[in-house]
Design a protein around this ligand. Structure first.
Ligand SMILES: O=P(O)(O)OC[C@H]1O[C@H](OP(=O)(O)OP(=O)(O)O)[C@H](O)[C@@H]1O
Ligand SMILES: O=C(O)c1cc(=O)[nH]c(=O)[nH]1
Length: 176
């Protein structure tokens, strides 16, 4: 059976060429997941597939470090709502806001709640584990990490003591 989401990722998000990654490392390919997490056909598929991939984990809030995680979390919120499930989303700011409510984690609240930390992709795990730290500081119980594309963080997430659920790994992508 055709995997339409994988087709879309390979067609519109995989970029060949030298690129500097979030960690500062150099790579010769990139997957610009924003091109699919904000795409009219791909985003609903991402919501459904992320719910499926994390079905064995129990959580009532989903979110991660802005910006990559945000459309993933909201796609999951909407996919869950379509199933009659009340799943809230949250956004983890890169730093605490200096005015207003001065929060780092935005949304209906994570204190005392079970949270799935997500990201669109992860290469070193730095971003998603920064989100885990901020979520815990806000009082959340982080139950696991969910990714659309894992670029190789299984060991890092395991070392952090969290279960990792992913829809794709780099082996699934048309990379050089
Ligand atoms: O596993 P890591 O080494 O942390 O890399 C992965 C991170 O890099 C990208 O975000 P980026 O830092 O480019 O920022 P953005 O989400 O604001 O675009 C991506 O969305 C992940 O969050
Ligand atoms: O490591 C990263 O920064 C990174 C890799 C990648 O393939 N896609 C992305 O958005 N970020």
């Amino acid at each position: 059976m055709t995997d339409r989401l994988l087709e879309l990722i390979n067609e519109i998000a995989v970029v060949h060429g030298k690129v500097t990654l979030s960690s500062g490392a150099e790579a010769d390919w990139y997957v610009d997941l924003r091109r699919v997490t904000l795409h009219h056909e791909a985003a609903p598929l991402i919501g459904a597939r992320m719910l499926e991939a994390t079905a064995d984990l129990e959580y009532d809030v989903v979110g991660g470090l802005t910006l990559g995680a945000d459309p993933v979390a909201t796609a999951m919120l909407h996919a869950a709502a379509a199933q009659g499930r009340a799943l809230d989303a949250c956004v983890v700011r890169k730093a605490q806001k200096a005015h207003g409510m001065q929060r780092q984690v935005e949304g209906p609240g994570v204190e005392g709640r079970r949270v799935l930390a997500v990201d669109d992709t992860s290469t070193t795990g730095g971003s998603v584990l920064q989100a885990v730290e901020a979520l815990r500081a806000a009082g959340a119980e982080v139950v696991g990490v969910g990714l659309v594309v894992d670029r190789g963080v299984a060991d890092v997430v395991a070392q952090a003591g969290l279960p990792l659920r992913t829809v794709y790994t780099t082996a699934d992508l048309n990379t050089p």
